[in-house]
Design a protein around this ligand. Structure first.
Ligand code: COA
Length: 492
């Protein structure tokens, strides 16, 4: 008998007598126990935005997939959004700082070149839990554009698997403000928010699959933000294509590992995507999720017998680039191919084959993005949160379903990994309600949006009154040695 036949997580059969080490590894499942979100309550409506910029609202609603873009108030920053999400997570789970061994914050909206964002967050939380209450813990701020939260989760998962955690859990917080230049094409892919993720043994929501996490990395300039610059320099179409290529490459590596370790076994006429029940991918905007799924399915299906039926429905042959090496530069330079490929993609996403998978495996993960916008590091995790809530509301039984994650960060790196939904998931997911958790929202006028964007309002003149939240109270002291010092308070 194969050892991999019985223990779905680690491919070992706990009934077979094994040495203690292997047996304890087999039993240990580590993953996401709970998630809490924080989304600022101000937003810009897509119709106002479209009118002000002279864009068809249908482009934003359908072409990008955005209706409301969350905006941070004058007294909010990524650190206080992170602290607000973390406090919710801790309060809801009756956690005390002594239960937490590590706190990582992943962000690409750093506030300081040296001081890590998690130190600000710990300072805020200690206002509630008492000074020094997190002293025993550790953690860092992580940066790699939008993918760093996934690296942070992976590292903390392995910290627990290695039994370095002394019985404690880890919290990974992903928090960002996505801000682009006024009038740029990135401007309608802005947003703000944070997700705090509780990582522990025997998680109630999702246990990560072991030995299959796959990464890819390359020096690229698709999107970057030089020190001191508030908005990024971005080559939008290049970054879109790079995202697709890098995630596909990481997926190929995931596939090789999943088959080799016996996590998933497939027949000749099958794709590994047949065994991934749900997808959660990086979502700079809703439409990008649809594109990522289409790209992956085309890659996975084009050598399978089913492809001839797909082609029949698409009613055109899949175009091939002139350069068979298919580097990103050669693809982009091949304008004839790009045009034909675009035509093929549009027809492909209309097929019953694509739509069945999209509705069943991805659509629910995109709902939050439409009403919040881009969250950089937090976007895939908000998407996962959305997937859980809206699949549950559809009545889907999620137990034992495998979720495949496709995380991407410009610069660039991709990480593909997976996990299995745990039997206790319902006790967490049944109380998820995105609108209630965001709370009552206020639409800002385009004039107010413009002032907020140019940081033209003092943080003392916030648009909203705050209740039970951390806010930014002061920047800089009276002397030069206190320049840039940030003070936060908890409004009770
Ligand atoms: N009705 C419906 N759809 C419309 C439309 C209309 N009136 N007008 C345009 N659209 C569609 C386009 O057809 C296109 O859809 P498609 O992607 O299916 O082809 C979509 O709206 C976007 O329009 P397009 O003109 O192609 O792009 P853009 O110049 O508006 O830029 C981004 C889009 C994403 C490149 C830009 O917002 C950007 O740079 N964002 C920041 C970087 C980013 O998010 N990168 C992602 C990878 S990390």
């Amino acid at each position: 008998m194969m050892l991999s036949e019985h223990c779905p997580l680690f491919n070992l059969n706990p009934e077979i007598p094994l040495n203690g080490y292997t047996y304890s590894l087999c039993k240990m499942q580590v993953g996401i126990d709970d998630l809490a979100i924080y989304v600022p309550k101000l937003y810009v409506d897509y119709k106002d935005f479209a009118e002000a910029r002279g864009i068809a609202p249908q482009k934003l609603e359908h072409g990008i997939g955005i209706k409301k873009m969350a905006l941070a108030d004058t007294n909010q920053d990524p650190a206080c959004m992170a602290a607000n999400a973390c406090l919710k997570l801790m309060q809801r789970n009756h956690l005390h700082p002594k239960d937490i061994g590590r706190m990582y914050v992943a962000t690409e909206s750093a506030l300081d070149e040296s001081k890590a964002m998690n130190s600000f967050v710990i300072g805020m939380l200690e206002q509630v839990y008492g000074e020094g209450s997190f002293e025993h813990a550790g953690g860092i701020e992580c940066k790699f554009a939008c993918v760093s939260g996934s690296y942070a989760l992976y590292d903390n998962t392995n910290w627990i698997r290695a039994e370095e955690n002394n019985g404690k859990a880890a919290i990974v917080i992903v928090s960002d403000i996505a801000k682009y230049d006024i009038g740029s094409s990135g401007e309608y892919t802005q947003g703000a928010g944070a997700v705090a993720i509780l990582v522990k043994e025997n998680p109630r929501i999702l246990a990560f699959d072991k030995k299959v996490t796959s990464t890819i990395i390359k020096n690229e300039y698709d999107f970057y933000r030089p020190c001191g610059k508030e908005t990024p320099l971005v080559n939008g179409n290049y970054s879109n294509l790079l995202y697709l290529i890098q995630v596909r490459k990481a997926f190929d590596s995931y596939k090789e590992k999943a088959i080799r370790t016996g996590l998933i076994s497939i027949k000749d006429d099958e794709s590994i995507t047949d065994y991934i029940d749900l997808f959660s991918v990086h979502l700079p905007y809703r439409k990008m999720g649809e594109k990522a799924l289409a790209y992956l399915l085309r890659h996975e299906w084009r050598h399978l017998p089913r492809w001839s039926y797909v082609i029949k429905e698409v009613a055109m042959e899949e175009p091939l680039p002139k350069d068979p090496r298919g580097t990103i530069e050669s693809i982009l330079a091949d304008t004839e191919f790009m045009k034909a490929d675009e035509k093929f993609r549009r027809a492909f996403v209309q097929t019953s084959f694509y739509n069945e998978i999209f509705e069943k495996k991805m659509a629910s993960s995109l709902q939050a993005s439409t009403i919040i916008g881009n969250l950089y590091t937090a976007s895939m995790y908000m998407g996962f949160r959305s997937l859980l809530e809206f699949e549950y509301k559809k009545g889907t039984d999620l137990e034992a379903k495998r979720v495949g994650f496709g995380s991407y960060g410009s610069g660039s790196s991709a990480m593909v990994f997976s996990g299995v939904i745990q039997p206790q998931y319902k006790e967490i997911v049944k109380r998820m309600n995105l609108e209630v958790e965001i709370g009552p929202r206020k639409k800002v006028s385009m004039e107010e949006y413009g002032k907020l964007h140019e940081n033209g309002i003092s943080f003392n003149d916030s648009i909203l009154q705050t209740n039970k939240e951390f806010i930014l109270a002061k920047i800089g002291g009276t002397t030069a040695d206190k320049a840039g010092l940030r003070e936060y308070i908890y409004i009770n």
